[in-house]
Write a protein that binds this ligand. Structure first.
Ligand code: SF4
Length: 718
């Protein structure tokens, strides 16, 4: 580089769970460029369209005045936000917190945070809620993303740990992609799959998805299953493996428990029965099962198609059952590998940043675990009752049980299902605090207090990607305006609250993200994710490392459970007796279409970042509902005709597009566009809120993850 890019900092791309390493170039004041880090094992220098335009979004965010740069307060709900000092702002909210807790108890406040936060940010938020205030009312947008994967892993393998790694793609004989449009959502990982196919002509790829996505188009076998039928499919594949003697009885005998019961259940999942439920041919089902059972190594990659479901945990468990029964786990090229959506969903899980989790994969329900965390933090106890999870949290705010809601680094007024509920809750709350890098999100419109946070390229700390790899992130730029780091805001506030609550010793003495990380590291001692052998210095000198990495280790562990010993009480993996249940809202004569939602290739979440970069709209310039050509013809629709897409909760007007990726009876709307782009109205008479005006708040009973991937809708010409 020249004078323009005098400074270089190592970081990761903030757009997805692949966690590609990047080198950020800057002139000291602004980012001048970004390139892939050739030494990072997630991407070896490669970047996708989103990653390679990061520097453009950073600059555009500032130029277009999208960034929140100063603390701001609203004197009344309809008044504009007005600039205030940090001191006044934090004093005000500390007083309000102290008063509310005194009057209504600690559970009258709640936090809704984000998989965008760095591990250190997450750690202090969790400690603030559970350690200082004494409430478990802290949940995260990872609830909408990964909580079914967490529950699935814990129920079967005993710990929330993806057992495989990216390198397994190079060793696999079969790659089984389920409910993931990897080509769009995890592009660099997908390129690795393309490379593996070139290098290994015997590698087969099977894709399972209701839509014929770009990922599905390239598959050797594509199963276009009906939405929500995954458990039937996996049980059916296991049925065939049993029938054709493709299971590994010796492995089942030595390393698992609970198979007899599951065997009884899958007896009923005959090819005919399953093919009918899934809407696929028996021949394709049998082919998929044979390839899976016969492959020397089968690797499953899966994402929101399994997780965002009212039976998300069962879907995860049923797939893991299949891996256990065929011994496709704990060896190179094999394993059930859940891909994380957000860049640091894993880090959030590690510090226990959810309403039902505790630090270092501990369980809130376990009294010993609670005592361990209380001792680590130096507090008398952590509260035992599970906090409110995402949908429940907003329900409790709407009901008036939670009076103060603190939202950090996420945009629930677009991303949560059933927007009517969310908007009513935000209006009802006595105090809404929004900690954000952007002042343009839909949620900021509901903020009584706006706390400006640093963003990508300004932050430093750590993140963990899908393959359990921790990367140290360096800041490339100074903090713009009066912004503070997310962890600093939490600690500054916490110390003020401690003073009001009369605490003598602060639980938040940190002066750096490293000090926070060191405390987190200590909390992992002896746990499945033990990282006591790591330090910031090692991460900087030796590059990103996978956990576990205990004291004395010279490297992290690529692959888990190679010895067949699992972190359960008996040391055996557990088969879960998974039973197929249909979607929460089946289609009927009034609402005959299956609505599916998902990502586009070049956009991210609610577009606060990607929406500032013109070239990222070239791939898909505007929101649309995609229908099959059969349905377009049947309804006399031409490409671009406006239609009402209506569910029991709301309606939207969108242009209809014919797509050969859709089966008849199915509709797809991308998740990215919010109210400023879409016209229509919710049934409460307010604005349209994007596609989540239509989705429903029903969630999985174990993981509490909502069914964002399916709702019944009708489609009428506008
Ligand atoms: Fe960023 Fe994901 Fe693309 Fe890598 S694959 S550059 S992490 S969006």
């Amino acid at each position: 580089g020249g004078a323009q890019d005098r400074f270089e900092a190592k970081a990761t791309c903030c757009y997805c769970g692949v966690g590609c390493g990047i080198i950020v170039q800057s002139d000291g004041a602004k980012v001048t460029g970004v390139r892939g880090d050739p030494d990072h094992p997630a991407n070896f220098g490669r970047l996708c369209t989103k990653g390679s335009t990061l520097h453009l979004s950073a600059e555009a965010g500032l130029q277009q005045q999208a960034r929140a740069l100063f603390p701001a307060l609203r004197s009344a709900r309809n008044a504009p936000l007005e600039r205030a000092s940090w001191d006044d702002t934090l004093d005000l909210i500390a007083k309000k917190f102290a008063d509310t807790i005194r009057l209504h108890g600690p559970d009258s406040v709640g936090f809704y945070v984000s998989g965008q936060l760095l591990t250190e940010d997450y750690y202090v938020f969790n400690k603030l809620a559970k350690g200082l205030i004494g409430t478990n009312n802290i949940d995260t947008n990872s609830r909408l993303c990964m909580s079914s994967a967490v529950a699935g892993y814990k129920q079967t393998l005993g710990a929330d740990a993806p057992p495989a790694c990216y390198e397994d793609i190079d060793h696999a004989e079969l790659i089984f992609i389920v409910g993931s449009n990897t080509a769009y959502a995890h592009p660099i990982l997908y390129r690795r799959i393309e490379d593996a196919r070139k290098n290994n002509p015997n590698l087969k790829v099977v894709v399972v998805d209701p839509r014929r996505t770009d990922t599905a188009r390239e598959a050797d076998l594509f199963l276009a299953i009906l939405p929500g039928s995954d458990v039937a499919l996996f049980n059916g594949m296991l049925h065939i493996c049993l029938w054709e003697d493709l299971i590994d009885s010796a492995y089942i005998e030595a390393h698992t428990e609970g198979f007899a019961e599951l065997k009884q259940t899958v007896r009923e999942y005959t090819p005919k029965y399953v093919a009918d439920i899934c809407g696929i041919s028996e021949a394709d089902l049998i082919q998929a099962a044979r390839w899976f059972g016969q492959a020397k190594s089968a690797l499953s990659l899966y994402c929101q198609g399994l997780n965002q479901s009212s039976s998300g945990t069962a879907k995860n468990a049923a797939l893991i059952n299949l891996h256990l029964a065929t011994h496709q786990i704990g060896k190179p090229g094999a394993g059930p590998f859940s891909l994380t959506g957000q860049p640091n969903a894993m880090g959030g899980r590690e510090v226990g940043g959810m309403a039902n989790l505790l630090s270092a994969h501990r369980d809130l329900a376990n009294p010993e675990h609670r005592a361990e965390v209380a001792a680590l933090w130096g507090v008398d106890q952590v509260p035992s009752t599970s906090g409110k999870t995402a949908v429940e949290l907003f329900d409790a705010v709407r009901a008036g049980d939670i009076k103060i809601l603190w939202i950090a680094c996420t945009n629930p007024a677009q991303s949560m299902p059933d927007q009517r509920l969310v908007r009513e809750a935000l209006k009802k709350a006595e105090l809404v605090i929004v900690q954000e890098a952007y002042q343009t999100t839909a949620t900021v419109a509901y903020a009584d207090v706006l706390l400006p946070a640093t963003s990508w390229s300004e932050k430093e700390g750590t993140v963990t990607n899908s393959e359990r790899r921790i990367t140290r992130i360096q800041a490339a730029l100074p903090k713009p305006g009066a912004t503070r780091h997310d962890w600093e805001i939490v600690c500054d506030f916490a110390r003020k609250l401690e003073a009001r609550l009369g605490k003598e010793h602060s639980l938040f003495p940190y002066r750096s993200s490293e000090a926070i990380w060191n405390e987190h590291r200590e909390s992992t001692r002896g746990r499945d994710l033990d990282i006591t052998g790591l330090s910031f210095a090692i991460l900087e000198q030796q590059g990103p490392q996978q956990w576990p990495f205990p004291t004395g280790a010279s490297s992290g562990k690529q692959r888990l459970y190679e010895d067949g010993i699992f972190p359960t009480a008996s040391g055996r993996a557990r088969f879960v007796n998974t039973v197929y249940r249909p979607v929460a809202e089946p289609v009927d004569a009034r609402y005959p279409f299956h609505l599916n939602t998902g990502r586009l290739r070049d956009q991210w979440h609610g577009m606060s970042r990607t929406g500032t970069v013109a070239q990222l709209f070239a791939h898909a310039p505007e929101p649309a509902v995609v229908l099959s050509s059969t349905d377009m013809t049947r309804r006399l629709l031409k490409n671009g005709d406006l239609v009402h897409v209506t569910s029991r909760r709301g309606s939207q007007i969108l242009p209809a597009l014919s797509g050969d990726d859709m089966r008849a009876g199915q509709a797809f709307v991308a998740m990215h566009w919010g109210e400023e782009y879409v016209s229509g109205r919710g049934h409460d008479g307010h604005g349209s809120y994007g596609v989540n005006a239509l989705t429903l708040p029903v969630f999985d009973p174990s993981s509490k993850q909502p069914e964002l991937k399916h709702a019944a809708v009708k489609i009428l010409k506008a």
